[in-house]
Design a protein around this ligand. Structure first.
Ligand SMILES: Cc1cc2nc3c(=O)[nH]c(=O)nc-3n(C[C@H](O)[C@H](O)[C@H](O)COP(=O)(O)OP(=O)(O)OC[C@H]3O[C@@H](n4cnc5c(N)ncnc54)[C@H](O)[C@@H]3O)c2cc1C
Length: 497
């Protein structure tokens, strides 16, 4: 907002001078989520080159509102040796970029715009009523430091809120309290930003149960492994995790029993916009025109899947036969489905089959989210084996060779540094047989082992088009910490999941 306001004010003076009060108890610019002092192991989930806070690209002039670098460009300039503009920047790096943007805005303000940083929390906001004198109609912001700020306009940009515990979380908290003893303390840590969790307090060898295996799971996992001095090295079968000995024992579970899938290496510029061909606003408006509420699964999801499959299959064709073949497939696919009421995946599959590629489309989201639904495993070891194969397949390109530069290195590795168990079955899980319990985790062979970089990436194969199953800022998983013996053969040493 501030960047755009400043850019517009620089172009054309406002009717009267403007004063902006930027109120935040955290660092101005970076704010709470992007604090610059957080662990370098917490990464963004958006490729650096796709992120910009400037509303226009940098030009020959100084960086200023309307013209400045993307995060990737800025990072490459700031840290030429370490930056990975196509990869995922640590959140602290993005915080430094935001601090830079804030500084550039302040340093280039036109004379009729003033910005005040107010390092405080607003604890109450209301509007002055008629009869409240000259302030009538103004917004009054009571600050935690005691004073009141009165302004004409108020923009709430408070981001992810800090919430109170809900009933389930309170139950976890109670559970931890009831089971905690001085010899074996149990602590419940509610979800939120991993940088705000007391992860450093978890002693080596303690048992940590993580509920949920989405983005925050990876934050916690890296912090408790690589952040504790663990490293990856090249092994016979691929990457090996070499523990430092300071790690806790990690048990992770999610409703689907699988971690978040690897991310497609599909980096784009900040200006990129995909324009839907089938799942269009016009089509949805037409479906809504009937007036009755839409059934998402029956009416909306098929078109969403059709769009995904159009891109998925066109990409496989592009990898195998080049852009022209892909373009032709896209146009024929759109023409084929456009007039239909039911865009079944089989139709695109048949069309793609003539191109000598893997023409299997995505047929639904459930199979991705719950790949083991309804399946039973005889033992934890059997489940581990199946899961490992599934994770390998997730990383294996289904189309043409993946360009070397875009091969994931440790994204798959991350998934293997813990021993995930399906949530519902967690109480039956045998002592961990996973990599941490063994001390070193063999990882799949191939290019993935080439580069155990400082910055783990959140992407997968160029051909992996599976949708993300968690959104930015999804509720983070709670962490439950139990202090155990650290002995994987000790049956009493499993967390009370
Ligand atoms: C852990 C985490 C990781 C994320 N990673 C990514 C990512 O990689 N890529 C991405 O695109 N998005 C990510 N997101 C989403 C991200 O929060 C948004 O993209 C972006 O930060 C939203 O910007 P914002 O300015 O709306 O909110 P925020 O950046 O959250 O800023 C809101 C600010 O408001 C302040 N505030 C709140 N209440 C008050 C109050 N009462 N008084 C004064 N100040 C207050 C807070 O202190 C905070 O600094 C992530 C979110 C979380 C929680």
């Amino acid at each position: 907002m501030l960047e755009r306001l400043a850019a517009r004010c620089a172009e054309e003076p406002p009717a009267r001078p403007l004063e902006v009060f930027a109120v935040d108890p955290y660092e101005a610019g970076a704010g709470r989520i992007w604090r610059t002092d957080q662990s370098p192991w917490f990464l963004m989930n958006t490729p650096a080159q796709e992120v910009t806070m400037f509303s226009g690209p940098a030009d020959d002039g100084p960086h200023r509102p309307g013209a400045g670098p993307t995060l990737g460009e800025w990072w490459a300039e700031e840290d030429p040796a370490g930056a990975e503009p196509e990869g995922y920047a640590p959140r602290a790096v993005y915080g430094r970029y935001l601090t830079y943007v804030m500084a550039r805005i302040e340093e280039t303000l036109p004379p009729w715009l003033t910005v005040h940083r107010v390092p405080a929390r607003v604890i109450c906001a209301d509007r002055a009523r008629e009869g409240d004198g000259p302030d009538a109609g103004a917004h009054r912001l009571r600050l935690d430091r005691g004073d009141v700020l009165t302004v004409d306009r108020l923009v709430l940009a408070t981001g992810h809120p800090l919430t109170e515990l809900d009933a389930e979380q309170r139950a976890w908290q109670r559970f931890a309290k009831e089971h905690s003893t001085p010899a074996r303390p149990v602590k419940y840590v509610a979800g939120g930003s991993a940088s705000e969790m007391p992860l450093a307090e978890i002693p080596a060898g303690a048992s940590v149960g993580i509920l949920g295996m989405g983005l925050t799971f990876y934050d916690i996992l890296t912090e408790l492994t690589l952040g504790r001095g663990g490293t990856f090295t090249e092994g016979e079968e691929g990457l090996l995790y070499l523990p430092s000995g300071k790690e806790p024992r990690i048990l992770a579970g999610s409703r689907g029993g699988v971690p978040l899938l690897t991310r497609g290496a599909n980096q784009k510029g900040p200006e990129h916009r995909y324009r839907a061909r089938l799942f269009t606003p016009e089509r949805m408006a037409a479906l809504r025109a009937g007036g009755a509420p839409l059934d998402f699964e029956r009416t909306v999801l098929p078109w969403l899947l059709a769009e995904v499959n159009l891109v998925l299959l066109a990409t496989r064709i592009r990898h195998a036969h080049g852009p022209e073949a892909a373009e032709e497939f896209t146009e024929r696919g759109v023409a084929l489905l456009d007039g239909r009421s039911d865009p079944r995946p089989r139709l695109l599959e048949r069309l793609a089959a003539g191109h000598r590629i893997d023409a299997r489309p995505l047929t639904g989201l459930d199979a991705l989210a719950r790949p083991f639904a309804g399946r039973r495993f005889g033992s934890s070891a059997e489940y581990h084996k199946v899961l490992t194969e599934w994770l390998r397949a997730d990383r294996t390109p289904s189309g043409a060779a993946v360009p070397r530069a875009s091969v994931p290195e440790a994204a798959g590795a991350r998934a293997r540094a813990a021993s995930p168990v399906p949530h519902a079955d967690a109480h039956r899980a045998a002592p961990a047989t996973g990599p941490l319990a063994r001390g070193a985790a063999p990882l799949p062979p191939g290019d993935a082992g080439q580069e155990a970089g400082r910055h783990l990436r959140r992407h997968g194969d160029a051909d992996d088009h599976r949708p993300r199953r968690a959104r930015d800022g999804d509720p983070a998983p709670p962490v439950q910490v139990t202090r155990g013996t650290g002995d994987p053969t000790d049956p009493t040493d499993s967390p009370p999941l």
